[in-house]
Design a protein around this ligand. Structure first.
Ligand code: MG
Length: 265
């Protein structure tokens, strides 16, 4: 403990910033806190308040081709793709914190309050080409309309959606979620990152190295337990997606300080 304090004081005294740890992404926003709920506007704003690198959210397309933020393909018993926006935003259907299901437009508008925070945009898709074409077109239109292009990182379990985002938005990070593809295979498809369940990196730690050698970003989800967080810190992943963003930031900071070579003290 004394060593940690000493190192911290020395770094502050020298005006040297502690090396940044992995980028922390709040999974479905910061929702494990008072007044919040998964994928709510509040969860996005609360993620901004605690200063995470990015806030993740899930996007679905309605029957009338509107984009809404929700994790599942269903909302309160309604199949989103078979329900209109008006049906989904019925006054009686509310998130745990009382909000209506957010539209993507509302979400992006609210994000302007925290312009430094990245928007980790997951497109939900079952791979239907027509659905994806509409969802991707409307997503990109909304992103451009709100002027947040530079803040968006795309993720999806749909490889075809990842490829299309990479084609249409080549300057943005696109990370594939599936977990079964080697970094090299994805790099050949112009996909710039892997965003896999943390267990994948434990069984295939070489993929972290391979991805970095290819200049790709490595994101691990959903890393909530201390022992798993520490494992990902040790593996050197670039991003940690978590339901406990404050805990990850805390452990990452301790890890960085503890890891300073004694020669620098
Ligand atoms: Mg998600």
């Amino acid at each position: 403990m004394l060593l940690i304090l000493f190192a911290g004081c020395l770094l502050v005294a020298c005006g040297k910033e502690v090396a940044p740890g992995p980028q922390v992404v709040a999974h479905r926003g910061y929702w494990k806190t008072e007044g919040s709920a998964q994928n709510s506007i509040a969860s996005l704003l609360k993620a901004g308040e605690i200063g995470v690198y990015g806030s993740e959210f899930d996007v679905n397309l309605t029957a009338d081709d509107e984009l809404v933020v929700n994790h599942d393909f269903t909302y309160k018993g309604l199949v989103i793709r078979k329900s209109t926006l008006a049906e989904l935003r019925n006054d009686t259907l509310r998130l745990a914190n009382g909000e209506l299901i957010p539209t993507l437009d509302e979400y992006l508008e609210a994000s302007l309050q925290y312009p430094e925070m990245k928007l980790v945009f997951e497109l939900k898709s079952k791979g239907d080409p027509e659905y994806e074409a509409t969802a991707i077109r409307k997503s990109i239109e909304a992103i451009k309309r709100h002027g947040v292009q530079k803040r968006v990182e795309f993720i999806s379990f749909s490889l075809s959606a990842c490829r299309e985002f990479a084609r249409q938005m080549p300057r943005n990070r696109v990370e594939y979620l599936g977990g079964e593809m080697a970094p090299d295979e994805l790099k050949k498809l112009d996909i710039s990152g892997i965003d896999y369940h943390h267990s994948v990196f434990l069984s295939r730690p070489e993929w972290v190295v391979e991805a970095h050698n290819k200049g790709m970003v490595v994101n691990a989800w959903t890393v909530d337990e201390d022992k798993d967080i520490e494992r990902m810190l040790l593996l050197g992943v670039d991003q940690i997606t978590t339901n406990n963003p404050e805990r990850v930031m805390e452990l990452a900071e301790e890890f960085e300080v503890r890891d300073i070579p004694s020669s620098e003290l």
